[in-house]
Design a protein around this ligand. Structure first.
Ligand code: SAM
Length: 228
């Protein structure tokens, strides 16, 4: 299967069953135990990014691109902290939900522009580009191209998160694949940290901060890369 197929499948998934599943996980309503665990883990990843950016002290007015923004879990708190956010996602339904969430509080106006767009078609320049939990939809041989594109629009910093490829997690994934359920996602790709770092370095970045979120069902390695 090539990436064009993968992307079409991902877009269709996040416009249909995937939308229903993930907008619930990334929400506040009742969910099952596994989904609650994933919600908690994902929130930790989002909180770490916000904490990093706030610690730098220049978040108000900072131009940030949230590539693959989902339902706005990161974009909205970033804008709330004063950032100017360009949020985009390949799924029209995810972007529409993000927009609805950003306008849910009467009288509260965020500086966020939304677009339904493949992140590899993004243009412009942003101080910081952030792409959380999207690499899981990219096979290893397509990760370099995707990161190179995000690098080309990132003036100072690129923050990425991905499911790390380790022996233990690969085994867990295999067990999961033995029990496919109707609400399971599209193919999930893990990535070796060393590969991702090599790609970032070849695009002119060095790693500045790292974090790891591990809950029972959610594993996400977070890297902040800054221009050399
Ligand atoms: N980044 C968000 C977050 O952390 O809350 C959403 C993460 S969700 C697991 C993955 C998102 O990536 C989905 O909303 C999906 O539509 C989006 N996505 C996948 N491939 C994409 C692509 N090529 N361009 C833009 N968005 C993409």
């Amino acid at each position: 299967m090539n990436l064009v197929d993968d992307k079409t499948i991902v877009r269709q998934y996040f416009n249909s069953t995937g939308f229903d599943r993930w907008q619930r996980i990334y929400g506040e309503g009742k969910v099952n135990k596994v989904q609650l665990d994933i919600r908690t883990g994902h929130q930790q990843t989002v909180d770490t990014v916000i904490k990093w950016l706030q610690a730098d002290g220049n978040l108000p007015g900072l131009c940030v691109c949230d590539a693959g923004c989902g339902v706005g879990s990161l974009s909205i708190p970033l804008a709330d902290a004063g950032a100017i956010v360009c949020a985009s996602d390949i799924s029209e339904k995810m972007v529409a939900e993000a927009y609805d969430r950003s306008t849910a509080v009467p009288g509260k106006l965020y500086n966020i522009s939304f677009a339904a767009q493949d992140l590899e078609a993004l243009t412009g320049k942003f101080h910081t580009v952030i792409c959380l939990d999207v690499l899981i939809h990219y096979p290893q041989n397509k990760a370099a191209e995707m990161i190179a594109h995000l690098s080309s629009i990132a003036e100072s910093r690129l923050i990425l998160s991905f499911a790390p490829k380790t022996l233990a997690l690969t085994a867990l994934k295999k067990i999961g694949e033995l029990f496919p359920g109707p609400s399971k996602t599209t193919r999930a790709y893990q990535h070796r940290e060393a590969d991702i770092i090599k790609i970032l370095e070849s695009n002119g970045f060095v790693i500045n901060r790292t974090a790891m979120t591990s809950t029972n069902f959610y594993y996400s390695r977070l890297l902040e890369a800054v221009r050399k």
